[in-house]
Design a protein around this ligand. Structure first.
Ligand code: PLP
Length: 467
């Protein structure tokens, strides 16, 4: 046996090489309430239930109770009624997957089911399309506001449409789609309408934005992540439905084997009680007032940072963010490179997330602001300004234009794994999965790659990372 202390020391050493999850300098992937004691509470609650199995709610009634309470709290936040029901899932992607699955299963008469979604909808819906054989019909968004275009969405709906999707807000630009108009168009055709409030569900209700949940006629399901702005440890999201009959399509039973009759509400069968108990404890501890303050703090940080970005020469904010997410882009052609700015921010211990151009959206850097950013906006803006100054002095990233042309013209279908390995090496990603400290050149190459090629390249890279 290895001593527990030694094992933990090893784990701590490994974790020290990661991006920090607290301190609000990692502006994607993680959420920091800035409150003390919340993590400790979550860890204790997690430990209390980690070995309990949500597979059988009659065997572990405590988990059923926790789940029902989380569903009720979430429903209340997003306009739920006495008919609203739900399920706790492992995350936003699972919630979105199940919304699509339920819609497809609920329309067995539709032979080639399709889903109409704004091109800004989360990639989780493309994953759902891929998993469940539903055709994704992406609809261009407004090129200035980046909001879904209700008329274009309505025009894209037809007899094959089993689900319409909108975001509250979108991840990439943090803007709220015109939910009411889209939901009305879906309802007029008798089509289900899912509102993806994975990242906004716990924030927007405190910001005085237009209704986006079940209080909007036509909305049939809503996804809300607890491991984002409810500041719970990872592994918890809620999928809500306007009525129990809408949920049935993602329930699963199998009596077709000699073991227990398998009954599942979600993708998982054995389900740890840990994430659920941790989320329940954090939500109960912070409470409605606490969340209101955290939401207002995160929003204030986002507003101050967005306003500051607008004052930096050469930068602008995409759209008018409605929540706590900001996308910053180049203003005109200022002669520097955003990917270099991202590298310079890394050198200043900030993680900002590059987003490649797509549809009407230019390349940009994404910021997820949380409550802990409040009061530290100036630190961020000062470092951003100095990062831009350095990037400007460095000039645009130099990648041989012939290489860019070559990459842009490649057809991923015709390439072998060896050719991909060669490409990755040429891109600076070939070293057995090591990532270079400066990513600007790599990002410039990836940005030049058409989406299908970029997907394949990065999947080959992922395959190198995982043994
Ligand atoms: C984060 C997010 C998702 C996916 O959630 P995961 O928890 O990462 O699986 C879906 N939609 C939106 C809008 C999100 O922000």
């Amino acid at each position: 046996m290895t001593a527990a202390a030694e094992v933990l020391a090893e784990l701590r050493a490994l974790r020290a090489g990661d991006l920090p999850t607290h301190g609000a300098r990692t502006l994607a992937y993680v959420y920091d309430s800035g409150l003390s004691g919340v993590d400790e509470l979550a860890a204790e609650a997690h430990a209390l239930a980690a070995h309990a199995n949500g597979l059988d709610p009659t065997a572990f009634p405590s988990l059923l109770r926790l789940e029902n309470e989380l569903v009720a709290t979430t429903a209340e936040l997003v306009g739920g009624t006495e008919h609203t029901v739900g399920a706790v899932t492992s995350g936003g992607t699972e919630s979105c997957l199940l919304a699509v699955l339920a819609a497809r299963t609920g329309a067995p008469e539709v032979r080639e089911p399709a889903m109409v979604l704004p091109e800004t909808a989360h990639a989780a819906f493309h994953k759902a399309a891929h998993f469940f054989g539903v055709r994704a019909v992406p609809v261009p968004v407004d090129p200035v506001t980046f909001r879904a275009d209700p008329a274009a969405m309505a025009a894209a709906m037809d007899e094959r449409t089993v689900l319409v999707v909108a975001s509250a807000p979108s991840y990439a630009h943090g803007v709220l789609d015109p939910i009411a108009e889209i939901a009305a168009a879906a309802a007029a055709r008798g089509i289900r309408m899912h509102v993806d409030a994975c990242i906004g569900g716990w924030v927007l209700p405190h910001l005085g934005v237009p209704p986006f949940g079940f209080d909007v006629p036509g909305v049939t399901s809503v996804s809300v992540d607890l491991h984002k702005y409810a500041y719970c440890p990872k592994g918890v999201s809620v999928l809500l439905h306007a009525g129990a009959e809408l949920r049935r399509g993602h329930y699963f039973a199998s009596a077709d084997w000699p073991g227990y009759t398998m009954l599942n509400t979600t993708v998982q069968s054995t389900r740890s009680g840990g994430p659920l108990a941790a989320a329940w404890a954090v939500v109960r501890h912070i409470g409605a007032d606490g969340y209101r303050r955290l939401a207002l703090d995160a929003r204030a940080a986002a507003e101050e940072i967005a306003a500051g970005i607008g004052k930096i020469d050469g930068l602008r904010v995409l759209g008018a963010p409605d929540s706590t997410l900001v996308a910053l882009a180049l203003d005109g052609t200022p002669g520097f490179d955003l990917f270099t700015v991202a590298d310079e921010m890394s050198a200043r211990n900030w993680y900002v997330q590059p987003q490649f151009a797509h549809g009407v959206s230019p390349s940009n850097l994404h910021l997820t602001l949380s409550a802990a950013n409040r009061g530290h906006e100036r630190e961020f803006l000062a470092d951003l300004e100095s990062a831009v100054t350095v990037a400007r002095a460095a000039g645009p990233v130099e990648v041989d234009p012939r290489v860019l042309e070559f990459v842009a013209a490649l057809d991923p279908e015709g390439l072998t794994s060896e050719q991909f390995a060669g490409l990755l090496a040429a891109a600076g990603l070939g070293d057995g999965g090591a990532v270079p400290a400066r990513m600007a050149e790599v990002n410039t190459l990836l940005a030049a790659a058409p989406p299908r090629l970029r997907e394949r390249l990065l999947l080959e890279f992922l395959g190198q990372l995982h043994h």
